[in-house]
Each structure stands twice: as C-alpha cells, then as structure tokens.
Design a protein around this ligand. Structure first.
Ligand code: PSU
Ligand code: MN
Length: 302
C-alpha cells in the first residue's frame, strides 16, 4: 500500500531513464476554482510533454497513492463535489487505511515522487513559515520534506502571505539550496522579486541540472529549490497585490482561519477579489514552472 501505483507510461519512462516531472494535485483541488483547475491540469501536462518529458500528476485515489493520472482521473480530482482531502505527508497513512480520495501538497507529492523514483517536481508556490508563526507555530511541512527528500522542486518562491525571511532562514538551517533562475532575488509568487536575495543563481536549465546533480553527491544532501519568477506579462500590480494581501490577512483574523485552511482561503480571496487577475497569474507561473522543470529533467536524463 505504501508503494505508489505508477502508470505504465511513467514506469517505462523511469525504467529507460527518460525525463519525468511530478505535478501536485492540491493546487488543482484546493488552489484553483472548478473548471479552471481542469484546464490548468491539461496545460501543465501539455507543456511537460512539449519539452520532452513525461508528466506524473500525483494524488491518492480510494486510498491508493497514484503516480500519473488518466484524463478521467484528472476530471475526478478537479471536481469539487468529490470533496478531496488536502493531504500533507502526515495524512497519507490515514488516507490509505481509510481508503480516502485526497490531493497531495508539495510535501506529500515530493515524498511520493521520490518513492516512485522521480527526482523533479513542479508546483506554484512552496509552503513556508506563516506570518505570526512565533505564536501559531504554523510552518508548512513542505520545508521539512524538502530538507529530507532528494527532489528538485521548481516553484515561484513562496506566497507573499508567508513570512519570507523566516522561510529562507529555515531553508538555510535545513541545508536546502535556493537557486534563482535568471534572478538574484527570491521571487514572491505573484511578484517577480521580493526584498530577499538568493544564495545561488543559474541562467540555464543545463546549469540548474548540473547544480542538482552535484548537490546529490554532497553527503547528507536532500532537496533543492529552483525559484523561477512569474513571467513578466503576468506579474501582479504592486498596489493591487498589497491591497489583496492586507484584506486576505484581515479575513483570516476575522474568521479565525487556522491550519491547512489558511492557504486555500487566502488564495480564494485573491482570486475573487482580483476579478481573476490572480488566477491568470497563478496559471502563468505554474505553467512556466512545469516547463522549466521539464527542461531540467531533460538535462538530468541526458
Ligand atoms: N501554492 C499555490 N497553490 C497551492 C499551494 C501552494 O500556488 O494550492 C498548496 C501546495 O500544495 C502547498 C500547500 O504544498 O499549498 C501548502 O499548504 P500548507 O501551508 O497548509 O502546508
Ligand atoms: Mn500550515
């Protein structure tokens, strides 16, 4: 039960050392609205294929961890009436035992990807240290999994709703290299740059792959974060972004939102209050990350 069930396509790609890119399902079920999520799922798999790699979207269906989903299974994951549970790594055992349907976060997707033999994974934004974590202790398990799982995660930094400085400090403590793709600044999801720098920069997929390959030879090494800024045409206006962020944080306080609901509630607020601007941004960045992840996977397999 703990060995993921891998589709034939993904299994033969891995057996032949062809490039494979893992994709998460929480962004579909909990991060994007119905309808739009299915279109994004399709585009993500499409750009991975166009770059010469095989996509492997990961979820738990009927209690079975699945690596690679059919179009019908993607329909299922994207349909809100199926009420998928948001599964972090700690939730996987319970979901297997109780035969639940669930979507995997960065933490659980990375863990399952690694178990299946996949080393490259694309997402939108990594979870991290939340603002006010000193009181709430809300620190995403994504950080812990990156610190212990040898997977490359390609993302657009972390959402501005998080405490970016604390997140970067924790990644340093846990020896996770943060590599900017074509940038010296850590990207802030909807914005191309934050106030924080990155320790390393690469300007090509080949260099990114070389860093990952070399990092894997370092004793005790695990995950790598490749931080890819949102495409410039889709970057959110700074003032709009500030306003949505302030409103979103206020909403969380008012409704006393906690735990795993925090990220979905904030994303939902951004999507409705921006009239879709944040949705276009979210789609553009995750598609760009999938495409970059595929390019790096191709280099790593070469
Ligand atoms: N970034 C997005 N959309 C998302 C998420 C991140 O753009 O839906 C999800 C990812 O699955 C990530 C999770 O792993 O949110 C983090 O949740 P938490 O903060 O509860 O650990
Ligand atoms: Mn959390």
């Amino acid at each position: 039960m703990s060995t993921p069930s891998v589709t034939d396509e993904v299994r033969s790609a891995l057996a032949e050392n062809r490039p494979v890119v893992a994709l998460e399902s929480t962004i579909l079920s909990h991060g994007l609205p119905p309808g739009r999520n299915r279109e994004v799922a399709e585009r993500l798999e499409g750009v991975v294929r166009a770059a010469g790699a095989v996509p492997a979207t990961i979820a738990v269906l009927g209690g079975v961890p699945r690596v690679g989903l059919t179009p019908t299974e993607l329909d299922f994951v994207c349909d809100p009436t199926n009420d998928l549970v948001k599964l972090s790594r700690r939730d996987l055992g319970a979901a297997y035992a109780l035969k639940r349907d669930g979507a995997t976060t960065v933490a659980s997707t990375a863990a399952l990807a690694h178990a299946a033999g996949i080393g490259v994974f694309a997402t939108g934004g990594l979870g991290g240290v939340h603002r006010g974590a000193r009181e709430t202790w809300d620190v995403s398990a994504d950080l812990d999994v990156l610190a212990t799982t040898p997977v490359l995660v390609v993302c657009s930094g972390v959402k501005s709703i998080l405490d970016m400085g604390a997140t970067l400090e924790l990644l340093e403590t846990r020896s996770v290299p943060v590599v900017g793709f074509g940038t010296d600044r850590f990207p802030a999801f909807y914005r191309r740059e934050s106030d924080f720098g990155v320790p390393w920069r690469v300007d090509s997929a080949a260099d990114a792959a070389a860093v990952v390959a070399a990092h894997r030879t370092v004793p005790g090494s695990a995950g790598v974060l490749l931080a890819n800024p949102i495409p410039a045409d889709f970057e959110m206006d700074a003032e709009l972004h500030e306003r949505l962020l302030a409103e979103g944080l206020e909403l969380l306080r008012e409704r006393n939102v906690q735990g795993k609901e925090v990220t979905p509630v904030l994303l939902e607020h951004f999507h409705t209050a921006s009239g879709g601007v944040s949705l276009d941004a979210n789609e553009a960045l995750v598609v760009s990350n999938a495409s970059l992840a595929a390019a790096v996977a191709v280099e790593l397999a070469a």
